[in-house]
Design a binder for this molecule. Structure first.
Ligand SMILES: [Mg+2]
Length: 249
């Protein structure tokens, strides 16, 4: 774990309910920070492969997963830039994935997209120690979700994985009209719940969307570096496991 500010007070013990932090509001990214997107996506696609008997058509499941991850990210980037609409994003990522795998079946893309939107939010795998950390933080701070997803989908993920009640609010890019890393997203997220910038902290796994976005807005950040990537960005805190949050907060 790395701390930019070495003199930050970390002397409180576990028996002390309130540590001496300046924070009152903790904003969490959802996908791959608390909700295990990668595991849940794999489970969803296994189910979809069963439904449409795709195991003989798409024999390399891992290639399907990595191809989808690529186009999903690309399509989201186009959506963030306003180049495509929500409905186009939802179908395009599957069209491009199947096309790359030499299965240009537009009808199948639509069916997979419908299945994905229905099944994915029902999955409930959480990142390790999510419940333990939320249970610890809940009496101490106001907790919020700040996510680039769609409101109905992200809310369903929180409900179905049993963590909705930990949060004082869910703010999605659909609510803000902007997406992370746009500083206006963070500004909206704070203003809408009367939170002060100096008392707020962003926790996320994405160096650009969560960390760079919060930093450019002037808000402290915790980079959840799950994959231990190397970087040279100046970050307030960096952790490799979620439970390390309990040492900071
Ligand atoms: Mg994320």
């Amino acid at each position: 774990m790395k701390f930019k500010n070495k003199t930050f007070p970390l002397h409180a013990t576990e028996s002390c309910l309130y540590k001496l932090t300046k924070y009152r509001n903790i904003y969490f990214d959802l996908d791959n920070t608390l909700w295990d997107f990668e595991t849940n996506a794999r489970d969803t696609f296994r189910e979809i492969f069963d439904i449409h008997h795709l195991w003989n058509t798409i024999t390399d499941f891992e290639r399907f997963i990595s191809t989808f991850a690529l186009y999903n990210e690309q399509s989201w980037e186009k959506y963030r830039l306003g180049q495509i609409r929500k409905e186009e994003l939802r179908i395009e990522r599957f069209c491009l994935t199947l096309h790359r795998l030499k299965i240009p079946d537009h009808n199948l893309s639509g069916l997979i997209s419908d299945n994905y939107l229905e099944l994915m939010p029902q999955k409930s795998n959480l990142v390790e120690n999510t419940l333990k950390v939320l249970e610890y933080l809940k009496p101490r701070y106001r907790l919020f979700i700040l996510t680039n997803g769609f409101h109905d989908i992200q809310s369903a993920k929180l409900e179905n994985s049993g963590i909705r009640h930990y949060f004082n609010g869910i703010i999605t890019s659909e609510d803000t009209r902007w997406s992370k890393p746009d500083p206006r997203t963070f500004e909206y997220a704070l203003k809408s719940v009367n939170a002060k910038k100096a008392e707020s902290l962003m926790v996320g796994d994405n160096l650009i969307l969560d960390i760079s976005g919060a930093r450019n807005f002037g808000m402290d950040q915790v980079f959840f570096n799950r994959k231990m990537i190397s970087h040279d960005m100046n970050i307030t805190y960096e952790i490799n496991e979620l439970k390390e949050l309990m040492l900071i907060l």
